[in-house]
Design a protein around this ligand. Structure first.
Ligand code: GLP
Length: 238
């Protein structure tokens, strides 16, 4: 694991945007794994700015998002599809049909999950995946205790995650209790991974991810087993 220590959130965002921009610019075709949450918001701002200023051709850029809440339509303000459209996709020239977010309203969620893994395979796998980290060490929505061998699946969210994400909803009760998430096995197949962390709230999880035991109790610790992971974190998170 390489670690890049930056001074603050803004630097973390810029550094990551530069890396994603470089990847897009140097590839004829690229498949990106993309996260949601508060952490990558400014990275998307910088990236959109870089892409637009350079008139980047995004017709061969494909994206697969990490996760989506079960029971929310893509139009729901707190859905991850809506987040992605608002924060990034609508600001750049990427064809919408190139962008993928799991369908949290699918009637058969198991089928949706395996279709999502198939889609990633059909795209040729993920070249570069960006992700954040939860306070309890979750990545995407792989909560502590998730098997390292899982593909995309439906998961129950922990109280801690529901509480942390309730800021995006009117009320705590409105936060979905389940999500569809890319599994750790699927994520580990990405060619390269960038993990972003900012703020003191992530310090404990980041420390365990980098230096702790590799254990399903701290899902992000699996990244120690990946050959191409770059952690970009600010002082507070390290
Ligand atoms: C959610 C997302 C994760 C994200 C995490 C941290 O649970 N499913 O992908 O990494 O929150 O979010 P934040 O960046 O807002 O702290």
């Amino acid at each position: 694991m390489d670690t890049i220590k930056v001074n603050n959130y803004d630097e973390m965002s810029k550094k990551c945007a530069e890396k994603v921009f470089e990847k897009i610019s140097s590839s004829n075709r690229v498949v990106l794994g993309l996260p949601t949450g508060g952490t990558p918001e400014k990275m998307y701002d910088y990236l959109a700015e870089m892409l637009n200023e350079n008139g980047a051709d995004l017709s061969n850029v494909y994206t697969v998002n990490l996760d989506e809440y079960v029971g929310l339509s893509g139009e729901h303000i707190a859905s991850y599809r809506n987040y992605m459209n608002t924060v990034f996709f609508d600001k750049v020239t990427i064809p919408k049909e190139n962008t993928n977010v799991p369908n949290g309203l699918a009637e058969d969620l198991k089928k949706e999950a395996s279709a999502y893994d198939q889609l990633i395979e059909d795209l040729g796998g993920i070249d570069l995946m960006v992700m954040g980290i939860g306070r309890n060490g979750h990545i995407a929505f792989n909560e502590p205790g998730t098997s390292f061998t899982e593909g995309t699946h439906v998961t129950d969210l922990t109280e801690d995650t529901i509480e942390a994400n309730s800021r995006y909803f009117d009320a705590y009760e409105d936060v979905p209790k389940q999500a569809l998430t890319m599994g750790l096995h699927t994520m580990m197949k990405s060619e390269a991974i960038i993990l972003l962390a900012s703020g003191e709230g992530k310090k404990d999880a980041v420390e365990k991810m980098i230096n702790g035991e590799v254990t399903e109790e701290l899902p992000a610790s699996i990244l120690q087993k990946h050959e191409n992971v770059t952690v970009i974190a600010d002082e507070d998170a390290l």
